[in-house]
Design a protein around this ligand. Structure first.
Ligand SMILES: [Zn+2]
Length: 161
């Protein structure tokens, strides 16, 4: 996807995440959207730096880079949430774009993409971006809603209640 697509994805995703984490729709919701939205949007733009430095869709489009950004806050104490932007960039390039990305670069140069993707210049690119974002939010909603239930159920079984 192009820059506009990645920004659209990051902004919509952040708004959705804000409401999933703070569903009231009040000031706390807005603060969460801003707190997540800025680093997620910056993170979503980062992988395409490899259009200028390195091999595009390879150098900064792989799982080791994602792991590095997940670990970064624990090691250096900043850049929280940036990994979400990196992850959603990968998801959009894999699911929404025809070409795919080299997930296992530099070990394996093969680019992986889902066959449903459209070309970056397609007139359906924006629709595809919104659809992928919606899918991501459904997945997060399932995790946010279901995980506590599974935990509760597991706890209930463990104590035999
Ligand atoms: Zn990309």
């Amino acid at each position: 996807m192009n820059k506009k697509g990645h920004v659209l994805n990051a902004v919509l995703l952040s708004i959705g995440l804000g409401y999933l984490l703070e569903p009231a729709g009040d000031l706390a919701t807005f603060e969460t959207i801003v707190a997540i939205g800025v680093p997620v949007t910056l993170g979503a733009l980062f992988p395409d730096v490899d259009t200028a430095f390195g091999k595009h869709r390879k150098t900064l489009h792989n799982l080791p880079i994602l792991v590095g950004f997940v670990a970064f806050p624990y090691v250096f104490g900043n850049l929280e949430y940036v990994w979400i932007g990196i992850l959603t960039h990968y998801v959009l390039d894999v699911a929404g774009s025809k070409r795919g990305i080299a997930l296992f670069y530099p070990v394996w140069k093969k680019e992986f993409g889902l066959p449903v993707g459209v070309t970056v210049s397609s007139k359906h690119a924006n629709l595809m971006t919104v659809a992928v974002t919606f899918g991501e939010l459904l997945l997060v909603a399932a995790i946010v809603v279901q995980l506590p239930r599974w935990g509760f159920e597991l706890g209930r079984l463990t104590i035999g209640a």
